[in-house]
Design a protein around this ligand. Sequence first.
Ligand SMILES: Nc1ncnc2c1ncn2[C@@H]1O[C@H](COP(=O)(O)OP(=O)(O)OP(=O)(O)O)[C@@H](O)[C@H]1O
Length: 595
Amino acid sequence: DETAVKESLISFYRKLSNGNPGSGWNVNSSPCKDQWEGIICDNKTHSVRRIDLDASNFAGKFDPSILCNVQSLSSSLTSISLNDNSLVGENLAEIANCKQLTRLQIGGNRFSGNLPDSFSRLNNLKRLNLSWNNFSGVLPDLARISGLQELLLQRNQLMGLIPGFDFPNFRQFNVSFNNFTGQIPNGGGRFPVSSFIGNPELCGDPLPTRCRPLALEPNHPNIKSKSLSGDQLLMYSGFFLVGLSLFFLVFFKLCKRKKKTEEKMDSANKVASADDSFYKQTSNTASGEPKTFVNKSDISASSSLIILTSPEVNGLRFEDLLRAPAELLGRGKNGTVYKVVCEQQGMVLAVKRVRDWVISSSDFRVRMKRLDQVRHPNVLSAMAFYYSKQEKLLVYEYQQNGSLFRLLHGTQKSRDFDWSTRLGLAATITNALAFMHQELDQDGIAHGNLKSSNILLNNNMEPCISEYGLITVDTEDKPSISSSRSDSVPINAFKADVYGLGVILLELLTGKLGQNNGMGLAQWVLSVVREEWTVEVFDKNLIREGASEERMVNLLQIAVKCVDRAPDTRPSINQVALMVNTIKEEEERSLVLET
Ligand SMILES: Nc1ncnc2c1ncn2[C@@H]1O[C@H](COP(=O)(O)OP(=O)(O)OP(=O)(O)O)[C@@H](O)[C@H]1O
């Protein structure tokens, strides 16, 4: 039934494209042997495995019934990917007949309405991306799909409770900017706040909004009408009292902090240079308005574009953010970072103000949307973005444990920063970077400025790569900001990240500072290694600790390859990941043997 397969693929394509035939898609050729564009087949059986038609400018309809009701096609099809088109849906419920699907990706389209219950019958599904659409209503019971590893639902209008997913199984999870309500189920706390933000009625770990004890919410759907037992009443009143005292404690702390922040605000403003017209303090006006950091005219400028699907993030409006007291955290060559405390919403944010970024609003939007779609637990995603001609702001969750740079070179060096922690950190950063490179390779979006001050430590002291994709690299030693078009991105951008990673590895091994794009450190290490005094390069603390010299030398060799002057000679990030992970496994094996 190759004819049936061909016919259904062709009519599927016509529906997507509003009647245009796909290039090379015709009944006289074969989808597998003639390699129809967007079709990927099994090499041995010559059956269609994947349909990959992301960003193909489709503005028609996605009608899965055309594919899934043809048995010879649905029995082999494992992946449908139609991200970033302008599609609407038809007969979506029929998707359940494509039982072999492990991947369904239809993010960044114009789908709307309820998600059919039949989605929950896709038992083999591993990755589901429905983000950046207009889906509404409650979720089908997706928690029954036991193998699900990735669920991206952000930027829709979905509502109701989040089902009790098997979170430990998940690699990626994002439900931000919907209308979900109630408590985040157990285990959700392993994902960052940015995975849940933008659902004003959602509460619990990792969000700063605590959930009220159920007993205090008479209309909560989870409350059965039966009356509470004496024990339960005692327990809930206990919760209530603890909650109340916590509230007062936090309230008093916030009041104190506000005072401090205002003091810091003054000094921060002194540091800000004259060109810092955005976050500036205007004096008390005659009308008695409070001190603010920003001129009203800056916000209401008609060219402003605030990219938030919902106008509120946990009750925080962008205007509030811009007016909140800001403390200067640091000024790098690409811009300035402020810590902003939004007390009312209980949120602490880091706002990056990127300097001199020449990028059109549509390129900016496309780039940010793409970056938002690619999530990794060890990469910090921006929670919101702001674009105007003069200003580009990115809002991140503030990471109170600081950066790897501070951990390595700060005044309060941690005594626990031993070899196995450093090796674990190296592996986590490398794996996260490898994931991002793989996912964003087609888009040409590399990190662009990888260094230890852009590796932040989250609440669990796990490293998170921050500021991914804010700049691109023109030449080896001259990073600069440019547009998001993949055709203007030099291939070197990815190799420049490998160089940046190499310098981070050297910093971890030597404990020394990687200044001046790490050139000084790289040259010093190379000269010492050339003289065959290799052991001299390692951090004295590592030697004292008795860390395995063999494994340190192995990691050093990887780092040296990464900082090779010729970009083409540097290994790919996947090769680096393989090598670093091998060293880490050896270390783990040796620890097991020791105990
Ligand atoms: N989300 C965040 N939470 C906490 N600290 C942050 C956050 N983002 C940045 N920082 C810190 O703010 C400081 C300034 O950051 P910034 O990125 O401007 O400087 P940089 O990394 O030295 O230079 P560059 O502009 O080249 O990236 C750094 O110490 C950085 O670690």
